[in-house]
Design a protein around this ligand. Structure first.
Ligand code: IMP
Length: 185
């Protein structure tokens, strides 16, 4: 008996690791003249951001921003920055680190905010992107994987606080979850 329902694996942990190493190389090559200010969007991006931080040379410090617009599997639209709005970004090259870019609203709002606060550039590294869901046009400068319009969990990503600790990125399926819970009774 495993601890989690047998959801379909989209990206196993070792593939995430290899891809993150490649992204770290790209980031280093693109920014080594002036190391970026790493800003992870918590909570979901934490595992990806930590891995990226490990692989980008220079032992760069990590900052945190919390911006939420999400409840359940539907995006509500409004973006609120509740932590990290006052980071000292003036004159810095900011690198926002996201788990997944969906409608694009969160990243767009953060870029607008930090540019207005004086960041020289505000680029984006994201493990995943769902381009079919875009409402706002955003450029993901360093992208791990593009995925179709499916709700994914694991490797930091959650469904209302659950499944973040899964090592792989998997596709959430309510039916698989129901069957698993019923079998465990
Ligand atoms: P956006 O503002 O619509 O781009 O939403 C970005 C945020 O929505 C991400 O940082 C996630 O927290 C959340 N999100 C979007 N799609 C998914 C998903 O498939 N699984 C888990 N969280 C998601």
């Amino acid at each position: 008996m495993t601890a989690f329902p047998p959801f379909r694996v989209l990206f196993p942990n070792d593939q995430i690791l290899r891809r993150t190493q490649e992204l770290a190389r790209q980031i280093h090559a693109a920014t080594s003249g002036e190391p970026p200010m790493l800003v992870m969007v918590i909570e979901g991006a934490r595992p990806f951001a930590r891995l990226l931080q490990k692989f980008v040379p220079g032992n760069l410090p990590m900052h945190e921003v919390r911006a939420s617009s999400y409840s359940g599997t539907q995006s509500s639209g409004a973006v609120r920055i509740t932590t990290g709005a006052d980071l000292p970004v003036r004159g810095r090259h900011v690198l926002l680190i996201e788990d997944i870019v969906d409608t694009g609203r969160t990243i767009h709002a953060l870029q607008q905010h930090y540019r207005a606060a004086g960041a020289r550039t505000c680029r984006v590294a994201s493990l995943l992107s769902k381009p079919d869901r875009r409402v706002v046009t955003v450029e993901v400068d360093f992208l791990g994987f593009q995925i179709p319009d499916e709700f994914v969990i694991g490797f930091g990503m959650d469904l209302d606080g659950r499944y973040r600790e899964l090592a792989d990125v998997v596709v959430y399926d309510a039916e698989v979850e129901r069957a698993f819970v019923a079998a465990a009774r």
